[in-house]
Design a protein around this ligand. Sequence first.
Ligand SMILES: Cc1cc2nc3c(=O)[nH]c(=O)nc-3n(C[C@H](O)[C@H](O)[C@H](O)COP(=O)(O)OP(=O)(O)OC[C@H]3O[C@@H](n4cnc5c(N)ncnc54)[C@H](O)[C@@H]3O)c2cc1C
Length: 437
Amino acid sequence: MRQDTGRTTRPSRCVLGYRAGMPESRSQSIDLVVVGGGIAGLWILDAAIRAGLSAVCVEASKLGSGQSICAQGIIHGGLKYTLKERDLSAAGPISEMPLRWTELASGDPKNGPDLRAAVMSSPCTWLWRTDTLASRLGMLGAKAALRTKPSTVTKEKRPLLIRDAPGAVLRVDEPVFDTRSVLGALAAAHESTLVAVDGPEGIEFTSQGGQVTRVILRHGKAAVTLVPRAVVLAAGAGNEGLLSRLGLDASIAQRRPLHMTLLRAASLPEFHGHCVDGNRTRVTITSGRDAGGRIVWQLGGDLAETGVARDPAAQITFAAAELQAVLPSLDLSERPDAAWSTYRIDRAERRTRSGLRPDDAEVLSLHDGRLLVAWPTKWALAPRLAAAVLAALPPEIAAEPTPPADLTGFTPPEIATFPWENCTWTSHHDVRSAAPA
Ligand SMILES: Cc1cc2nc3c(=O)[nH]c(=O)nc-3n(C[C@H](O)[C@H](O)[C@H](O)COP(=O)(O)OP(=O)(O)OC[C@H]3O[C@@H](n4cnc5c(N)ncnc54)[C@H](O)[C@@H]3O)c2cc1C
């Protein structure tokens, strides 16, 4: 994991005072202010409180309303990485995550949050292929290289959907979690230290060269001034705006866009898996439910990466054809309620030279750990990120923690809703008739 001091940052002085007409707020010392309440901020908050520190996590919108609520929730153990990269070092840091998360979900919280209330949608994912030559090679590579060893299952034990898939079908012990339930479990454990503010402007910083000396939080009529010993920026794509506001270089962050496709039908089976084509994950399917109990499939993988160049209608037409190719036994014409949608979202990460995904969770440490910028890189890596953040804090904080802050008047933020709750749907019937003959 890369932890370093940011040479790319430039010093500046930034003092943002009280907004005109707002009341003076009470001032209190605190060990840690975490900005952003996605999987990263919530896990860091949990780790800090477990370590005996006084900490708050401040959210400008709803918890997880960036990437975390949209994540497919797969706790990767290196499968995707080993498919693409001969060098297995990238799979190393992530290989322990499936077991770690499974232990936390089964009520064995060794140095981690209690995730018993979180929903594990599936204990495993499935790996299958189409019948192209590239696909055959990809499966061989996968079988030889994976650290989270996949097991070949007999035809009778395959999910119905891929019973007749060509070649081997593999079961990989990478669990899949319902993202909203994980965010809910983390939030429930720390309600008193989670703070909703009035959007990004509900947080005001007094800082010098990026070192934050005061943080003023506002929500409606409530206001508090915190004097933090350290601040962690864990706001996903919001880190860029926060860095700029602190006079620091926001180009240390990168975004990688996706165009996700959704398929909804009451009678869809719950399914979680990757169709591999050569060294590509052609489509990754995970399943959730909408408020009405209907199954919603999220379609990611290469389909979402290449889909960035397509408009929503073209993406739906392409996705329907891809699904037909990778799951020929799925007959959507038998499901009159089948409907499609898409949404766009950016993955927010620390910048790499290549512009590709960093290998691990990333923490940038400034001012001897008094300002940390954190990106988990993957949802699955949140435990590693939190451990790295705690290790990067100035040692005197842990040696002599400050008492908890009084946050009277503030309320915890709500949890974000799934992306499929607020989107526009196109009937599968209309997609078929729109597709070229
Ligand atoms: C479609 C998709 C699918 C994915 N699937 C997987 C997967 O299956 N497995 C996996 O391991 N990873 C997956 N990932 C990656 C994973 O989702 C991210 O790495 C992870 O969720 C990032 O979490 P975060 O907390 O850093 O950021 P976010 O989830 O984006 O959270 C940032 C939070 O900060 C808040 N915020 C923003 N600005 C401010 C501000 N100025 N002040 C206060 N709060 C602010 C936001 O409202 C939000 O709540 C996926 C990503 C995407 C986009």
